[in-house]
Write a protein that binds this ligand. Structure first.
Ligand code: MG
Length: 298
């Protein structure tokens, strides 16, 4: 997470393509190509990059080279590289590999949490305190992410109260920020505005990040709505990589280059060089291009 104070005329971006994007690419991306893309992202000015996931390769074989990726990437000063961790074992591997920040995901929807992690939301949150304690002892920053914050493919709507409960649990565990993830691209702009107006007033001390998908081509509209509601941290993916396992063929995450273009046009700084980012997007698309036709691009 970018640590400096943000002025009203700037936002910060968490680039999630190397984790959220690569894990949805069926083709095996050579480790060297992953390293090249991550290096281009940091060279373009991105200061927070979710670089991989320390999840068992049985579940996400696409990221089985997590440790090697972290070892080989260039680490310019001021750039924070993070990894997703599904459990304490993932945290141990992140610590061994010198990560500064980890992300722990809990779903606001009971059904999606069981589907993804084979346990209830509250069982996941029960693990949180030991993970947070170990991360703190090891000087690793912990970020929370709430999947299905705007709806669940199994349960349908997810209540604002439920999202707040999970966000409060994360805050009590001492996380540096919480990401509201629109895991299956169900959010709409008025819902975004309403959820954020409640969250930003009730949990005003907790930095909130937004993770939107372009499943229904309204990802950027949701970004704009969140920004108008006061949000300043956005997660996005280079070339719009990513996808939704419940909507085959749907576009992936909001594309970082589209998000940067929009904010720059509005006079909002991102710290990113758009020309270099667009070049990085083109190279990324070439390197991952022989994906199966049902993989979204966005
Ligand atoms: Mg995503």
């Amino acid at each position: 997470m970018v640590r400096e104070e943000l002025s009203s005329k700037s936002i910060s971006i968490v680039e999630v393509g190397p984790r959220d994007g690569f894990q949805n690419v069926r083709k095996e991306i050579p480790t060297g190509d992953k390293v090249k893309i991550i290096d281009l992202l940091s060279a373009a000015g991105l200061r927070s990059i979710e670089a991989t996931s320390f999840t068992h390769p049985k579940w996400i074989p696409q990221l089985k080279d997590a440790a090697e990726v972290i070892r080989r990437i260039t680490k310019p000063p001021g750039v924070v590289f993070s990894a997703l961790i599904p459990n304490e074992k993932g945290l141990d591997r992140a610590i061994e590999n010198g990560l500064e920040e980890v992300v722990f995901v809990v779903s606001a929807s009971e059904a999606l949490n069981r589907e993804n992690f084979n346990k209830s939301t509250w069982e996941s949150l029960a693990e949180l305190s030991s993970i947070a304690e170990k991360a703190r002892r090891n000087g690793v920053q912990l970020r929370g992410a709430i999947a299905a914050s705007f709806g669940c493919p199994f349960e349908g709507s997810v209540s604002v109260e439920r999202v707040i409960e999970v966000a409060e649990a994360f805050r009590n565990a001492g996380v540096s920020a919480v990401t509201l993830a629109d895991t299956t691209g169900m959010a709409h702009p008025l819902q975004v505005k309403e959820l954020l107006s409640v969250l930003l007033s009730q949990l005003s001390d907790l930095p909130i990040a937004l993770h939107f998908h372009d499943t229904r081509r309204i990802g950027l509209v949701n970004v704009y709505s969140a920004w108008q509601a006061g949000a300043k941290i956005f997660e996005s993916s280079i070339a719009g990589l990513g996808g939704c396992p419940y909507a085959p063929g749907a576009p992936g995450n909001v594309a970082t280059e589209s998000l940067v273009y929009m904010f720059h046009k509005m006079g909002v700084e991102t710290g990113v060089n758009l020309d270099r980012l667009v070049e990085c997007s083109q190279i990324t698309q070439e390197l991952v291009s022989d994906r199966r036709p049902d993989q979204g691009q966005g």
